[in-house]
Design a protein around this ligand. Sequence first.
Ligand code: FE2
Length: 420
Amino acid sequence: MIKKYVNAHIYGNSEADEILIENRQFKAVGNNLPEADEVIDLEGRLVLPPYVDPHLHLDYIFSGLGEGNANISGTLFEGIQRWSDNKKSLTEEMVRERALKGIQKELNHGVQFIRTHVDITDPNLTGMKALIKLREELKDIVTIQLVAFPQEGFFRYQGAEALMIKALEMGADVLGGIPHFEISYEHGVESLKRIVDLAIKYNVMIDIHCDENDDPNSRFLEVLNAFVMEKDYGKYTTASHTTSFGSVENSYANKMLGLFKESQINFISCPTENAHLQGRGDTYPKRRGLTRVKELLANGNNVAFAQDSIADYWYPLGNGNMMNILDNGIHLAHYTHIDEINKAFDLITYHGANIMRVNDAYGIEEGKPANFIVLDAKDPYEAIRERAEVLMSIRHGEYIFKREVRKNELAIDLLSESTK
Ligand code: FE2
């Protein structure tokens, strides 16, 4: 069965307007392509590679719902404490149920690639066991990467290092860390050193929750960058959050930008989550809670946006809609020049794919898996301004979903014939 999509506006490719699919792959991308068994007219709509959510916590998704589960102070630290109390009664079934709900939400919005952190500060590794099964079960519809994440601290939680190694041996894809939560600066530095060494030994990527605070003197990003720069491991490493880098002095930031350029370390910013969590100690003016997204991009570093949380102890909202994340992110980061808006989809597509290092299987190009989404808009600018809906999500040439264009019954039509 050969399928042809015609009248497509392919993101980043002004030459081609047709896509041919055979045997789960893009057979051709171009113009006037050969005949097919089925032809689908996209009527000029925007076609993108699938959305990527490179930072999520599927093991505690929806944990913040229900009576008494709200995070009263709205801070990171209360979130960690509430999760620590709750997770003692966690079962694999509970994690599976929550994660499935979260993955379904993300799929419904056109996401097909997810990197999730999984708390390994649990003697039973309940979350990791449940998510390893799901990663395999769902691989045909969603690519999932698992980060072995010591939520309660590499040193602060006794035995975390051994649990991390166990998780790696079970099949974790990435090593995580949370140096700003360790009991001293020295403990944080040593945790990073060990995590980097372990990642290199096991040949896995690194993704650290790094300086997720408003402290302009938090310096773990500098330390992480130095360790991976020395080992030439920057492109395999991601610094997530780095919100304090939004509070540091310009002279220090400029020095660090030079070093990030050298290391080629990646960044993930979680705009809605961190706008919610950060600045809680500020009166006015209140900080936005983001890292220096615009400056890092201009510096040539890879930056992606992510959802991070859905209705958990850290954040009460979220629904896996990356368009919402993008819209918030570009506003908070002042990434709103027309030239920036026109390429902003990179932040929830290609840049996340770079972080997950799935580039070989990602993008609308001949020979790659036929994974893509279609938006109800004619170009990137219109899509972002209108927060366009995803009308189709296609994986290996088959629909994950398709939906009709929304139609409204207008009682008053200001654009009716007489007023046009
Ligand atoms: Fe996170």
